[in-house]
Design a protein around this ligand. Structure first.
Ligand SMILES: [Fe+2]
Length: 253
């Protein structure tokens, strides 16, 4: 499996504070059946991590995984918060963002938790990104109260071409009954969806297998397979010609 949203890099944002903690999370992922993750550290007004900040951390972390004998490949990425659509467009055009896989296919967008910072031209922004032949993926809308209060806001983004990403911990109830209910509802309402861990450490992570199992039980095995297949198609597009990262080789013995 591939996890497309997680904060696994040590010491760069509010994810693991040490390499030890991060490697513990990596081992959890491998035990869960995950072999590729996109590291998606925050890019928002407080922690504004751009490609040049992120790539060296990803390269160093992949070397640490190889040294530790952990069969996990980490691709670059970031969780880019849109709180000022003009700033977003400018930085996008300056090509400083680290989109998923450091490629121009899929990008992970987060809206501010503050409803007052939801850009009034969000639909136009989604269309603008799509016009650049990229797929914007809206991170965890089920956790934003303004999407829960006004699902039409999310519907408009989806109609404009956005995918949605639902967090596994929401589905299994770890973010409360409302996030759980809306996570289920949004998965029913919006076909173009993925699930991801949004893991920050081993305490805030339920992996992916629990999420796919939850979907299979509650929404049917066909939907679970559909979500898994969509994530795999993203993996294929992100790893095509991905040549700059070290390849994992199992340690002898
Ligand atoms: Fe996140």
């Amino acid at each position: 499996m591939i996890d497309l949203h997680c904060h696994i890099l040590p010491g760069v944002d509010d994810g693991p504070t040490s390499l030890t903690e991060s490697l513990k999370l990596a081992r959890f992922f491998v035990d869960d059946g995950i072999n590729v993750v996109t590291a998606t550290p925050h890019c928002h007004s407080c922690i504004h991590l751009l490609r040049d900040d992120i790539l060296p951390h990803v390269a160093a972390y992949n070397r640490a995984l190889v040294a530790a004998g952990i069969p996990l490949t980490v691709l670059p990425g970031s969780e880019i918060q849109v709180y000022d659509s003009s700033l977003y467009r400018r930085e996008f055009d300056e090509d400083v963002y680290c989109h998923l896989g450091n490629r121009r296919t899929h990008t992970l967008l987060e809206f501010s938790w503050d409803a007052d910072k939801f850009p009034s031209d969000s639909v136009e922004l989604i269309e603008w990104i799509r016009s650049r032949e990229m797929t914007p993926i809206v991170a965890h809308p089920e956790r934003h109260f303004f999407f829960r209060d006004r699902p039409i806001l999310l519907q408009r983004l989806v109609d404009a071409g956005a995918w949605i990403q639902i967090t596994v911990d929401s589905l299994i109830g770890n973010f409360g009954p409302e996030a759980k209910a809306f996570g289920e509802q949004f998965l029913k309402t919006h076909h173009e969806a993925i699930i991801a861990s949004d893991a920050h450490n081993t305490r805030r992570c339920s992996g992916l297998s629990a999420g796919y199992s939850w979907v299979a039980v509650n929404l049917g095995s066909d939907r679970s397979r559909d979500l898994l297949d969509r994530a795999e198609r993203v993996r294929t597009s992100l790893m095509t010609e991905q040549i700059s990262l070290p390849t994992f080789k199992a340690k002898a013995g």
